[in-house]
Design a protein. Structure first.
Length: 152
């Protein structure tokens, strides 16, 4: 799908605040409400817009401690990779998981209440996954930039 300038502006507006009404968007885009509605439906149908979410304040929900964990598997067989990915996908503390290149195989973003919760997560959950060879964790000191918006 080719996105025109209006689509790109619409996406920017929706990423900033997806609760804007079609009327509000139509005023900002100089389009009719129907035209905005049709563009949004097309972007959803084509998979450009995947879903709408509410972004939470992590401290308000007791998830203010953020850690990044590098994971190295003991073996890179298909079965080990699939099994690891299935198991890590079920860990509620893991909010992001990426299969990466380099010295480690995976990068996890973990959000918990505090260091004690992180320790419990590591001891009771993460290290109980059979195919992990080693881990390396880093803790966030200060969040300098955090956005979910993709510049288009």
């Amino acid at each position: 799908m080719t996105l025109d300038k209006t689509d790109l502006k619409l996406l920017k507006l929706l990423q900033a605040d997806s609760k804007q009404t079609n009327k509000e968007l139509s005023n900002k885009l100089n389009l009719s409400v129907t035209a905005v509605y049709e563009r949004i439906k097309k972007l959803e149908r084509e998979g450009v817009i995947q879903k709408y979410v509410a972004l939470l304040n992590k401290e308000s929900v007791d998830r203010g401690f953020v850690a990044f964990c590098h994971i190295k598997l003991i073996q890179h067989s298909h079965d080990y990779v699939v099994k690891f990915e299935e198991e890590v996908a079920n860990l509620k503390e893991v909010v992001e998981c990426y299969h990466i290149s380099g010295d480690y195989d995976y990068l996890l973003k973990v959000m918990v209440r505090d260091m004690e919760d992180f320790r419990k997560f590591m001891v009771n959950k993460l290290t109980s996954i059979n195919h992990i060879g080693s881990t390396h964790s880093m803790f966030v000191i200060n969040e300098v930039k955090h956005t979910t918006a993709i510049t288009v």
